[in-house]
Design a protein around this ligand. Structure first.
Ligand SMILES: [Zn+2]
Ligand SMILES: [Zn+2]
Length: 353
């Protein structure tokens, strides 16, 4: 009950407190809130993609909060108390806080696969560039371009307030000073080599790697314009006019999940190459028992979905299924009517999984 009262003081909604403490909502309503602390109205504001939708500055702040939480649990403090302490700490540093206690609760749930989340969908990883910890989709590799702390805040239209707070904690790792002394050109070269290796490790074809890292654009622009203009593909091209029947249902579901994750990552200001890689890793980890996806195929589908990397115009739409509400990829030139792969999987799971 003391935990529940502390949550109330931090502005928690009933549902959050119920999940956190295990107390029934009616009990919370009658015994925990009082005249001074009325229950906030409405459903908790958190949604699955809260973390991907917020600006880089807020992402950095969420990372700072999650790092504190992780330090506390590593010292043996129970998750509920660690959440409360970490959120208090965060709100003492940033006025007013950019995210609510309910959202902090949701982040922790997804980080540890507890309370509101049945599995871990987030993880804390150290940035390859600045060494600070930040949140990533579970199983995704840290972005080469850097984390919310060290990437330029391009889409951050919020006023600059609070910027200094990002430096408040997060011990200097030494890589910051290193970055200053290494000549910029050399640093860029090292970064592109690292990127190439990462794509190679995912099994990407050299031509796909060259397209993703931009190598082909500069070195053989003339050569490629003499060849066909169009998406880079390896092996047979994706069957767009028979997409709904020629591509296996499970694969259509996988491609759809990759496209959804890719879209979210772009919205969170990831570079397209990083987004396609992270989306691929994320979806591969999600479905370990089904036939693994090929990175080259995912790359090709995404390039035709987003009209990028040689694809002149989009060939796919991400439609929302009216029945199951999942987003699925539909080819614009499919001869048949678009149908949702997830509904097919739900109808006869034994056939596919
Ligand atoms: Zn960083
Ligand atoms: Zn459906």
């Amino acid at each position: 009950m003391e935990t529940a009262r502390e949550c109330v003081r931090l502005g928690a909604r009933q549902r959050t407190i119920a999940l956190l403490t295990g107390l029934p909502t009616s009990f919370i309503f009658h015994n925990i809130y009082d005249a001074e602390h009325l229950p906030p109205r409405g459903r908790p504001p958190y949604t699955e993609d809260f973390i991907y939708r917020c600006s880089l500055r807020v992402q950095a702040e969420v990372g700072m909060f999650a790092t504190k939480y992780r330090l506390l649990t590593a010292e043996g403090i129970a998750p509920a108390q660690a959440l409360i302490t970490a959120f208090r700490h965060y709100s003492s540093v940033v006025h007013p806080p950019s995210f609510s206690f309910d959202e902090a609760f949701f982040v922790v749930s997804n980080l540890d696969g507890i309370w509101a989340a049945s599995i871990r969908t987030l993880e804390l990883a150290a940035c390859r560039r600045c060494g600070r910890h930040h949140l990533l989709p579970h199983g995704a590799a840290p972005a080469v371009a850097g984390c919310p702390y060290c990437r330029p805040h391009r889409t951050d239209r919020a006023p600059a307030r609070g910027r200094p707070h990002a430096d408040h904690r997060a011990p200097a790792s030494g890589t910051d000073t290193e970055a200053v002394t290494v000549p910029a050109a050399l640093e860029a070269q090292i970064r592109s080599l690292r990127t190439e290796r990462m794509f190679e490790q995912l099994g990407a074809h050299p031509r796909v790697v060259a397209t993703l890292t931009g190598a082909s654009a500069s070195s053989d622009r003339r050569a490629s314009s003499r060849h066909r203009e169009g998406p880079t593909h390896v092996g047979r091209a994706v069957n767009l006019i028979r997409w709904g029947v020629a591509v296996k249902t499970v694969q259509r579901a996988q491609f759809s999940l990759v496209a959804t994750a890719y879209t979210r990552l772009l919205a969170a200001d990831f570079e397209p190459a990083d987004a396609v890689r992270a989306a691929f890793v994320h979806v591969s980890a999600m479905l370990p028992t089904v036939e693994p996806l090929s990175f080259d195929r995912c790359f090709e589908v995404i390039s035709m979905f987003d009209a990028r990397w040689g694809a002149a115009e989009p060939s796919f739409d991400l439609l929302s299924c009216p029945k199951c509400h999942a987003s699925f990829l539909a080819s614009r030139t499919d001869r048949e009517r678009a149908h949702c792969p997830f509904c097919a999987l739900l109808r006869t799971p034994d056939k596919y999984l």
